[in-house]
Design a protein around this ligand. Sequence first.
Ligand code: ADP
Ligand code: MG
Length: 447
Amino acid sequence: MPVFKHPEYPEETLVQLESLVPCRESQVSTLLSIFGERHHFSFPSLFIYGHTSSGKTYVMQTLLKTLKLPHVFVNCIECFTSRLLLEEILQQLQHLSTKEEDPPLVSCDTFNDFIRLFKQTTMIPDLQNQTIYVILDNAEQLRKFEANILPGFLRLQELTDRNVTVVLLSEIVWELLRPNTGCLEPSPLYFPDYSIGHLQKILSHDHPPEYSFDFYAAYINILLGVFYPVCRDLKELRHLAALNFSKYCEPVVQGEANERDTRRLWKNIESHLKKAMQTVYLREISSSQWERLQQDDGEPGHLKGLSAHAHVELPYYSRFLLIAAYLASYNPARTDKRFFVKHHGKIRKMNFQKKHEKTTNHLLGPKPFPLDRMLAILYSIVDSRVAPTANIFSQITSLVTLQLLTLVGHDDQLNGPRYKCNVSLDFIRAISRTVNFDIIKYLYDFL
Ligand SMILES: Nc1ncnc2c1ncn2[C@@H]1O[C@H](COP(=O)(O)OP(=O)(O)O)[C@@H](O)[C@H]1O
Ligand SMILES: [Mg+2]
């Protein structure tokens, strides 16, 4: 029983369409009934909205291509000014009407020009007796355009006096996009997020021909088990599925397990996928690096510990400030001379041997230090001299706001503020690595 029925299109086209848009059947059949027959006038404008990767672009493109409807598809991110947008639409329209590969360039400055040129270009009967669809993808960008553009597009049918329907694809709801001067309201259509079952179905679809459908579906099931709690983006999941599939097949290829040994295959892949989640998904390493690691069978273990800090982006000097603060918090003040004075003369080694202290400073936790000490350390660890400008002080304030530093006992007017550094050793090592500073060499505990 075919899902889609429409007097206008041959049945095999509709069956083909159905196979191309799994899990979006209800939206597509709504669209089919809105579009009606080719020569019918449809709604002046539609507003399709839903989260990213809910298939808006894909479904719309597939629908228009499969049914061979005359359309213009523009991305409002690519065409970031109204001029680029209007010219691109006219360009594609010309292509539709003349079928020439390289139609002459059009120049269009204002929306009035656009209407005039639009009418001119769609003069030919082939375009007059059927609906033309103008799709504006990423329509939320239209908010940045001149105020007349969006209301203009919504009334394009009336202004051009042509059989045209404008479809806006957007990730935000209409209420946020609606101009406050009022306009013709588009007809809304919602694309809900895919459920885990939907994702399973869509992803299982692209199984490689050399493996059975069930084998691939079992793999997708495991993949979703690991990644679904953190990621629902179809594009991302599809990429991860392709990236890790060879690892899943390994036991089968090597003849250690057969395709139905699900338990065994699961054991083999699960820890691997969890590692992939820590590194590839968070973009700590690129996919190609990940593939290389897989080939060398190397453990991405040395990358461990980075993941927790990947989200902290600090300005260059702030990183040094934080490093200085860490050193001040964990090194005893008496050792500063040893570490940070470049020519400290001869200090007898004897003096500097570590006494057999039972506890290390790292076990005791961070100690408060005065601002001056931190600045002194900072000057010695950054290569070029920095003046204590307002900029540095404001960066210190930012570090306090981010709770990487804490201000302790500020009411002591005589001594000035004292700080404490709150970050862990792993964290500061990750930060140091980004500025090529070997912090371990400067820590008394690791001497
Ligand atoms: N129903 C579906 N069947 C197959 N692939 C789909 C489906 N929906 C989305 N996709 C794929 O998911 C990806 C993201 O879809 P896209 O249309 O770009 O999302 P959106 O435009 O809503 O952000 C695309 O690569 C597309 O091919
Ligand atoms: Mg899209």
